[in-house]
Design a protein around this ligand. Structure first.
Ligand code: ADP
Length: 477
């Protein structure tokens, strides 16, 4: 199924800034919530300590009376806190085990009745609640007689105003901090993203100027520091290199094809024009037609060779390569070549090892062998010798075809493998000048190299192909 991309009308900078701000919001939010919660718990614990302290102060004055717990030395007890109203006051009550109030401190007088919350479990209990719309906290302490019997409860209550005011304040500060930081993160993120992406704008502008006509232009590689953008620019430049090379190949192919076909086509055309100028004999027409057929065959060979070269230059040769025993290929091809060389009046010497593995494509290897042997046959006069050798030297497999034929100048050696190159001494011999170019294309596609040398015209020549040796494949037993 095709993935549908939702179009986002925002630029990368805006999106980055938003991501940045969102990340900040989440992080600060979590941190603030944690701080708020921790502070809240700590403050409650402090307040509980305060209630415990108050309880401890009071406990020595509580005794078991007839109707429940009673305070003794009540005058001492009437301290400031138990009379003070509001946030600094401590509200004290004595309860019977069933929760009935038997005493309450004077500061209760100005307040609404406080419901009793104590539960029938004989342990200290603490409750947070709202008393007259204000946060309050109450601690119940069980009172036991000497025999260990519950005879009542001491209830101590205090308002938590200041605590909640502090928490409220903290919440406000944290909220405002989060808001400001998020805003700052968004603005800063946007600015940073714009700054970081500025080289992209330069790359885009340059890339826009590159067209099929000026493929030589290259993207600037930003900065001395290697980063994603310099990598992108380099990758793009590599792509341009490959595109330019492939375009150049196409151009060369078209030029070569046009040039190489135009010459025989013009010759063919004038031959036909001359033949048609007046009435000719049947034998003349026959001869002209045969000549025309030869021209067409030559042109077909040329086009076929060019197409073959074009195909070889696409990289799939390397992918199709597999280990091949070059010796076995030589032996197979020699079955064809031995009689042909003999018919051409040439003596063949063969030096082959047992096996020699190279990585290649079988039909292409045959083509290399055929081209080299065909040239040796074509450029060696009858009575000469042709020698085929395979050696394994320094991790390389070397195929050498040498002859005692027409040879070539040392300066010609550099051009022998160019397309359509035909040596001076090759004049008059049939050929299109593509054979050795094809050999080189095949060999190089498989990681090898080709070399040619000669002692000079008329003194024979040697062609050598070198492949990196291929690991010996495991053959089925
Ligand atoms: P062609 O043989 O069709 O001309 P090639 O590409 O096979 O094209 O060879 C290019 C040129 O290299 C030949 O024209 C010839 O000058 C030279 N050459 C190739 N093989 C030999 C050889 N064995 N001896 C001398 N010259 C050779």
């Amino acid at each position: 199924m095709m993935r549908r991309w939702k179009l986002v009308p925002w630029s990368i900078s805006v999106r980055l800034a938003l991501w940045f701000a969102a990340a900040m919001l989440i992080l600060l939010g979590l941190f603030s919530a944690f701080s708020y919660f921790t502070f809240h718990v700590a403050r409650h614990r402090d307040f509980d300590q305060h209630l415990i302290h108050e309880t401890r102060q009071l406990l020595p004055f509580v005794q078991q009376g007839i109707a429940g717990p009673v305070f003794v030395a009540l005058d001492t007890l009437r301290s400031v806190a138990y009379q003070t109203d509001g946030i600094y006051g401590t509200y004290v009550r004595l309860l019977r085990p069933d929760g009935e109030v038997v005493y309450e401190s004077p500061n209760f007088a100005r307040h609404a009745p406080l419901p009793v919350r104590v539960q029938p479990i004989q342990e200290p209990q603490v409750y947070s609640h709202v008393w007259e719309d204000k946060p309050a906290r109450t601690r119940y302490t069980p009172l036991f007689s000497e025999e260990g019997r519950l005879f009542g409860w001491l209830e101590v209550t205090g308002f938590e105003w200041s605590l909640h005011r502090e928490l409220h304040h903290l919440g406000l500060v944290l909220g405002l901090g989060i808001l400001l930081s998020t805003l700052l993160a968004a603005v800063g993120g946007y600015w940073l993203a714009r700054r970081a992406l500025r080289p992209v704008a330069v790359l885009t502008a340059t890339a826009r100027q590159i067209g099929a006509d000026n493929l030589e232009a290259r993207l600037p590689v930003p900065g001395e520091v290697r980063d994603e953008l310099s990598e992108l620019a380099e990758t793009f430049n590599d792509l341009l290199d490959r595109l330019a090379a492939s375009l150049e190949r196409e151009r060369r192919f078209t030029d070569n094809a046009a040039h190489e076909l135009l010459t025989p086509l013009s010759a063919l055309r004038s031959e036909l024009e001359v033949a048609l100028r007046r009435q000719r004999s049947a034998a003349y027409y026959h001869e002209v037609l045969q000549e025309a057929l030869r021209d067409v065959e030559r042109m077909t060979d040329t086009v076929r060779g060019l197409l073959h070269l074009a195909r070889l230059e696409r990289t799939d040769t390397h992918e199709r390569a597999r280990p091949i025993d070059l010796v076995e290929r030589c032996q197979t091809r020699l079955k064809d070549w031995q009689p042909r060389l003999m018919r051409a009046g040439l003596t063949l010497d063969v030096v082959l090892p047992e096996r020699a593995w190279v990585c290649g494509v079988p039909e292409y290897l045959d083509e290399v062998l055929d081209n080299l042997l065909a040239n040796a046959c074509k450029y060696t006069p009858p009575g000469g010798r042709v020698r085929l050798e395979v050696h394994q030297i320094d991790g390389q497999v070397r195929l050498r075809v040498s002859d005692t034929g027409i040879g070539f100048d040392p300066e010609e050696a550099a051009h022998l493998f160019d397309r359509f190159y035909r040596g001076r001494s090759a004049e008059g011999k049939p050929g299109s000048g593509l054979g050795l170019a094809i050999v080189r294309a095949i060999v190089e596609a498989c990681g090898g190299s080709v070399h040619a040398w000669s002692d000079g015209p008329g003194r024979g020549s040697t062609f050598e192909v070198r492949w990196p040796a291929c690991p010996v494949p495991v053959l089925p037993a």
